[in-house]
Each structure stands twice: as structure tokens, then as C-alpha cells.
Ligand binder design. Structure first.
Ligand code: 1HE
Length: 258
């Protein structure tokens, strides 16, 4: 277990558990916490196969630490936003898939952070908001790029203009989370999913993290071509051949409804 300021890293069964530990401030993201997130995801050890991102206390994350906002001029604001971009990109484009365990407030920069993860699990206490609109500011942690991909531009614009808050159920329907579980269960479910993800062939996970988002932004003709290139590379790996052989020889699981 490694603990830096307001962040904890634990390794369990090849899963990295990264936890915001600033519950007294509702896990608000100070500059030092953003830097710690960046450094943690950039330096995960090579035996880690997936990660869970969690927050201590009743709230996942209250977003930007507003107490640090006051003194910045325009240039510093730009650099600050770029720092967030680097940190959240270290999660989204890092070495392993990341499952977010959401609960309580997932607001402002907290929602931007959740959006940089690959899978989101929410419990019934979760709520989503973008209070930037009412605070006279704008998203700066990549939210204007990532959040519309989850819920669409119209919903994001409505949230920022009107202060609309989505509860856990409405949030799942809107597309913020892929899983909705009972109160207090989001970490356990996220860990269970991370273990499943960790069991995939690493090259498949790599393709999902790095190729799929790019393909979805390419014109269809380019997307089909990129897909063919990636399919050829992934299926040629020895691990893919062994997994297919295992199925054909009756040694692998069948698809079932659970
Ligand atoms: C904070 C922050 C924060 C709490 N920065 N200190 N985000 C927001 O606008 C959300 C602001 N926070 C809230 O609306 C509420 O705190 C919560 C709904 C998240 C939680 O409510 P509650 O009643 O459980 O906690 P609390 O009593 O409001 O907060 C506990 C302490 O945390 C308190 O400090 P204390 O010293 O008085 O105990 C709060 O001041 C402190 N705290 N949230 C600083 N965000 C890259 S750009 C991103 C732009 C944004 O993220 S803007 C949205 C910011």
C-alpha cells in the first residue's frame, strides 16, 4: 500500500485500487491531488492488469477544490486546465482499464474524473451535477469532450445552464453509469468487474482502450479500415489463438445469461 497526500494505492490480485482519501473535503481535487493521480496512473507497476478508482467517505468527488481557484489569472487558468487534461489522460490512456466506483456526489470535476474511466459503477446514493454553470466558471478537466460522449451535448448543456441534478436511476438511464447497484456496493461490484477485465487478453484490452474511441471518431470508411488492422493484429497474438483453441476443445466457458 502506498499513501501520498490524499491518495492511496493498494494492489490486490493484480488490481490496483486507487482511492481518494480526502473525505473531510468531499475528495475535492486540489492541485496536489491531481498531480498525485497523474503520477499514480503513469507509474502503475507492470503486473497490474486493471484498476478501480474509488473515493473515501459518502461522496466520490466534489470536483475542483474551489479554495484554490481564487488567485489564478487567465494564463494560470489555462495551465491549470492543461494539468487536469494530463492527469485524466493518464487514466484514460494509461496502461490498464479503470473501473470507477461511484457513490454520493459525482459533481463538477468529479464527473470529469469519472468520465475519464472506462467503466462506471454507481450505487443508489450517487448523484451527478455540473455546478460550474452556477459558479460562473466552465469545465476544465476534459468534460466538454468526454461528458457529451456519455450523455450527449443537449443533456450536458441543460445540466450546466439549469443546474439540473441527475439521481442514480436517472443517471444510469442517461448513460453516466453502466451499472447501478445498492447503497454501499459500488466498490465490490467495480472490483468484481475489474477482475473480469483483468482476465482478458492484454492486447484486447489495449485495443478497446486505444482503438475503439479513435475508430468511433473516424469517418466510416477509415473506421472500417482501422478496425480491420486492429482485428488482424489482436487475433494474431498467441494468447488469442490459445483462447480460441480452448473454446473449440471444450475447455473454455460458453456465453450464458448468468
Ligand atoms: C469543498 C468542496 C470543493 C466540499 N472545493 N472545498 N464543486 C462544487 O461546486 C461542489 C461543492 N460541494 C458541494 O456542493 C457539497 O460539498 C457536496 C454536495 C459535494 C457535499 O455536501 P456535504 O453537505 O456532504 O459536505 P459540505 O459540508 O458541503 O462540505 C464538507 C467540507 O468540504 C466543507 O469544508 P469545511 O472546512 O467547512 O468542513 C466544504 O467547504 C468542503 N468542500 N466541496 C473545496 N469542491 C477542472 S475544472 C472543474 C470545475 C469544478 O469542479 S466546479 C464544481 C466544484
Amino acid at each position: 500500500m502506498t499513501t501520498t497526500t490524499d491518495l492511496q494505492l493498494e494492489l490486490r490480485d493484480e488490481i490496483a485500487i486507487v482511492r481518494l482519501t480526502r473525505a473531510a473535503k468531499r475528495n475535492a481535487l486540489s492541485d496536489s491531488l491531481i498531480l498525485a493521480l497523474r503520477d499514480t496512473f503513469q507509474t502503475l507497476s507492470s503486473n497490474v492488469r486493471a484498476a478501480v478508482l474509488d473515493g473515501d467517505g459518502p461522496h466520490f468527488c466534489a470536483g475542483l477544490d474551489l479554495s484554490e481557484l481564487q488567485e489564478r489569472d487567465a494564463g494560470q487558468g489555462l495551465q491549470h486546465s492543461r494539468l487536469w487534461h494530463a492527469a485524466l489522460d493518464a487514466i484514460q490512456s494509461g496502461p490498464v482499464p479503470v473501473v470507477a466506483a461511484l457513490h454520493g456526489a459525482v459533481v463538477g470535476g468529479g464527473l470529469e474524473l469519472a468520465s475519464a474511466c472506462h467503466i462506471r459503477v454507481a450505487d443508489s446514493t450517487t448523484f451527478y451535477a455540473l455546478p460550474e454553470g452556477s459558479r460562473g466558471i466552465f469545465v476544465g478537466g476534459g468534460g466538454s469532450v468526454r461528458i457529451p460522449k456519455l450523455i450527449g451535448t443537449a443533456r450536458m448543456m441543460d445540466m450546466m445552464m439549469t443546474g439540473r441534478v441527475y439521481d442514480a436511476q436517472a443517471g444510469e438511464r442517461a448513460g453516466f453509469a453502466q451499472y447501478l447497484v445498492d447503497e454501499g456496493q459500488s466498490f465490490d461490484k467495480a472490483f468484481e468487474l475489474a477482475k473480469k477485465v483483468a482476465g482478458n487478453a492484454p492486447l484486447t484490452n489495449y485495443a478497446l482502450m486505444h482503438a475503439l474511441p479513435r475508430i468511433s471518431e473516424q469517418p466510416a470508411d477509415h473506421g472500417f479500415f482501422t478496425e480491420a488492422l486492429i482485428a488482424g493484429i489482436v487475433q494474431s497474438a498467441p494468447e488469442a489463438k490459445e483462447r480460441v483453441r480452448a473454446f473449440l476443445e471444450g475447455r473454455a466457458n460458453k456465453v450464458s445469461k448468468e
